[in-house]
Structures are given as structure tokens and as C-alpha cells.
Write a protein that binds this ligand. Structure first.
Ligand code: SF4
Length: 462
């Protein structure tokens, strides 16, 4: 891929969604009732069970010992580890409420097929190894693991110990994702996340020795004080430790949403052209090491299942990032967790105390969500195709969706700039167009077009 001209960068670097969902969260407007949400999960479960797959479960552990100032996640910063057990109790009670509602609605109350389990946060390894067992053993009792089930966990190398990794390996976890971001001391100090190469090496090698099959590193470009030199040094460490997958995200500067980001100023951040140069250096170095760009900001070695999924077009993308296949429904447990039944989204209460109170009151603690209409479902499929295959194709039956007919005109400028090949019923992103993936998806975003955000909700696209 050629390097990006400054003019094109300026033309297309506008605020835009990252499309971990469609409609994007700020555009959810038709909340499902609890009964609709349960019915949509059960209907999807029935379909996937017939196809020999099961549900995906995401459990959110919000606690972190200190705040990394770039962070955009839902966290509760505390050094008080006494919060672990009451939280585990609440998550398990939330799951019991689901089982009760499933039974009342004529669905299963145990032996639910399970194809994916993901622990995210926050910091899942804020919990002790014993606490992780106390959470996961009862949860797993109500499921039946499918033969190809994948269990994955996000971990902070600063607090992840051998007993965490052993316990999780014993429970079936084979994928580990480590938050790295950058190895430069000045950058680490500014974003309040100081961790050494040695700490990361120990966790990586321990996990490999315990049988973890895929290790991911999260890196960020565009952080305060990053330079080409510091990114090169970070990538040199990555070369030495050789994870199977790398997420190389652009830093999303949204201090009006995440006040922690006010600990540095915009003047400390690499500017537009500099930021893009950091990504291009990183991508070039990763490709030279055998990593393939499998989707937006994501790279994997050829031997990793994500590369294989990209090759056989089964790659999927959800709130948890890229996965090697589409698994539905996704049931989200824990504060702020998001569930997705393909026909509906539901997000739990974001404030820990409200989440806990609602579960204590016997309610599924959904704060908001969205029931997708037919147009949403069609556009969602195309945006997902673009995000996972860099191409999409629409059939004649879909053309009764008026918005779809307007898309070619919206893409005309991108075609002229050489980013897309367009036919009457398909579009394919060229190599030069890949940095503009979010801009291309925006042409498919009917809800964004109909209602421009009143305040700036999104980070810049490039
Ligand atoms: S450890 Fe992760 S979730 Fe917690 S504050 Fe840092 S980046 Fe955010």
C-alpha cells in the first residue's frame, strides 16, 4: 500500500464511528423490552444450535488498580480487592435471572451450547485466581461446551500472575490478549501505564508454556509523545516476543467523554500527518515480520486462526473485536456489558451501583438497546462485510431498501480517489482505500446521514 498523501488525509480525516456495531451505540433508539430481548436470544439460540454452534458469553470485570489516561473502557479504579466477591455474586445472580427467564419463556435452563467465552474489562486478572474459579465454575455448569469452543481473556501484564494463567488454562482458556500500547518510558509515564519488556515477556512465555495457543498484543499509535523512533522501538520488542495477533489501534482522543484524557493536552499528541506516519511505519514493520492486515487495525501471523478465517471469509467482528467466525447470540454479563442477538442489542447499566441494585431487585439490568429493523439488518451486514472482507455485494431483493439505492452516489468521490471498485451490485475496497475503511462504511450508515450528531461523538476516522 502506498503512503497516504497529506491532502487525502486532510480530506477524509473526519469524526466517524469505528463500527463495532450497526447501528452504532449513539444511534440506538428502539429499546427492546425484557421479553423481546429474551425471545430474540432464544430464537437465535435455536438457530445456532441447529447449525451445531452455541452462544457466545462476554463477562465484564470493571476493576483496575490505576487509570491509564488514554483509556476508553468502562472501569472502576480501586485498590480495594474486597470488591471482587460481591461483584462475582451479582454477575452469577444476573445469569440466574437469565436462566429463570429462559425457562419461563419455554427455552433451556441448563446445557446451553457454548461456543465462545470472553472475559474483558477493566482488568479480569484484578480478580484472584480463586475468585476467577468462583465466577467461572458455576457459570460453566449451565453450559455444554461445543467441540470448537474458544475461551479468551484480556489481561494486564502488570497484575497477571502464573496462578491466574494456570487457573484459566485449566478452565479451557487458550487465548490471551495483553494490553501493551507502547514500550517508550516517556509515553508510558504520560499515559500512566508503566510496564517493562521483561514483565510482558514473562507473561507471554508463561502462557505459551501452559498451552495458550494464541496471544494478542494491543498496541496504540497516536499517544502523547510517540515518535517514529519510539514506535520503531516498540515494534522491535514485539518482533522479539512474536505474539500471534496484534491490534494496532489509533488513539481515540475524546476528552469530553473521557476526562482522564485531560492529563495531557492536544499539543502533546502527534498531529494528523505524524499520526498516520506512525501507523504506516508500524504496518510496514509488521508486514516485514510476516503479519497480515486481516481487518481494520488488526494483524495476524499466517498460522493464526484469524488469518485462516480471513482467507476463508468466515472472519467476524463484534464488540469484542475480530473473531474467527460469527457466533450468535452474544450474551453480555456484568456492568455495562453489551449483548447482541443479531436482531437486537442490549447494554447493561453502566454505573456499578445501579447495575447491582437492579440485579438485587430481580431485574435483567438492561439500560438501553436497539431492536433492528429490516434496513438496519441489511446495512449491518454490508458494513460487517466491509470490515471483515474489504468488499460487499447486494442482491436485487435488497434494492427495495431505498437507502441502498443511494449508496453508489455517496461512494462516487471515493471511487474517483481510487479507494473503491464499484459495480451495479458490489463494491470492493482497493489497497489504497484500506485506510479509509471507516469513511467507506459511513456511506452505508443511514442513521448517521439522517441525524448528524448534535455534539462530536466520534474520534477521527484515520
Ligand atoms: S488497565 Fe485497561 S481497562 Fe484498566 S484503565 Fe488501563 S487501559 Fe483502561
Amino acid at each position: 500500500m502506498s503512503s497516504l498523501s497529506s491532502d487525502l488525509y486532510k480530506k477524509y480525516n473526519v469524526p466517524g464511528p469505528r463500527y463495532t456495531s450497526y447501528p452504532t451505540v449513539p444511534y440506538w433508539e428502539v429499546n427492546p423490552t425484557e421479553a423481546q430481548w429474551i425471545a430474540s436470544i432464544l430464537s437465535e439460540l435455536e438457530k445456532s444450535s441447529k447449525a451445531g454452534v452455541g452462544a457466545a458469553v462476554y463477562v465484564h470485570i470493571p476493576f483496575c488498580q490505576s487509570l491509564c489516561t488514554y483509556c476508553g473502557c468502562n472501569t472502576r479504579i480501586t485498590r480495594n480487592h474486597a470488591v471482587g466477591n460481591p461483584y462475582i455474586e451479582t454477575v452469577l445472580n444476573e445469569w440466574k435471572l437469565y436462566l429463570k427467564r429462559f425457562k419461563e419463556a419455554g427455552g433451556p435452563d441448563s446445557s446451553i451450547p457454548l461456543s465462545e467465552l470472553h472475559l474483558g474489562g477493566g482488568t479480569p486478572t484484578f480478580l484472584t485466581a480463586d475468585e476467577l474459579q468462583r465466577l467461572l465454575n458455576p457459570l460453566l455448569e449451565s453450559f455444554k461446551k461445543t467441540p470448537s469452543a474458544e475461551f479468551s481473556v484480556e489481561a494486564d501484564p502488570r497484575v497477571t500472575k502464573k496462578d491466574h494463567l494456570e487457573t484459566l488454562a485449566h478452565l479451557g482458556f487458550k487465548r490471551l490478549s495483553l494490553g501493551i500500547q507502547d514500550f517508550d518510558p516517556k509515553v508510558q509515564d504520560t499515559v500512566n501505564r508503566v510496564q517493562t519488556e521483561e514483565e510482558v515477556r514473562v507473561v507471554t512465555e508463561t502462557a505459551r508454556a501452559l498451552g495458550y495457543e494464541s496471544i494478542n498484543y494491543d498496541l496504540i499509535y497516536g499517544l502523547p509523545f510517540q515518535t517514529l523512533k519510539s514506535v520503531e522501538q516498540t515494534l522491535d520488542v514485539v518482533k522479539r516476543l512474536r505474539p500471534d495477533r496484534i491490534a494496532f489501534y489509533g488513539y481515540a482522543h475524546v476528552p469530553w467523554i473521557k476526562p482522564g484524557q485531560r492529563k495531557f493536552t492536544e499539543a502533546d499528541l502527534p498531529n494528523g500527518d505524524e499520526k498516520r506516519a506512525l501507523y504506516e511505519l508500524g504496518r510496514t514493520m509488521l508486514e516485514a515480520e510476516g503479519y497480515q492486515e486481516i481487518g481494520m487495525d488488526h494483524f495476524a501471523l499466517k498460522s493464526d486462526s484469524l488469518s485462516k478465517a480471513a482467507a476463508n471469509e468466515s472472519l467476524h467482528r463484534s464488540f469484542m473485536g475480530y473473531t474467527s467466525r460469527q457466533v450468535a447470540p452474544l450474551i453480555g454479563l456484568g456492568v455495562s456489558a453489551i449483548g447482541d442477538s443479531w436482531g437486537a442489542f442490549a447494554q447493561n447499566e453502566k454505573l456499578l451501583e445501579t447495575y447491582q441494585t437492579r440485579v438485587q431487585n430481580g431485574e435483567i439490568p438492561i439500560a438501553r438497546g436497539h431492536l433492528l429493523d429490516r434496513e438496519d439488518q441489511i446495512l449491518r451486514r454490508h458494513i460487517l462485510n466491509l470490515m471483515t472482507r474489504f468488499a460487499t455485494r447486494w442482491d436485487t431483493a435488497e434494492l427495495d431498501t431505498p437507502y441502498l439505492k443511494t449508496i453508489p452516489a455517496k461512494l462516487a468521490e471515493l471511487v474517483k480517489d481510487g479507494f473503491l471498485r464499484l459495480t451495479p451490485n458490489s463494491c470492493e475496497i482497493t489497497a489504497a482505500g484500506r485506510p479509509f475503511l471507516r469513511n467507506i462504511c459511513m456511506a452505508f450508515d443511514a442513521r448517521l446521514e439522517r441525524k448528524a450528531p448534535a455534539t462530536q461523538l466520534f474520534s477521527k476516522t484515520i
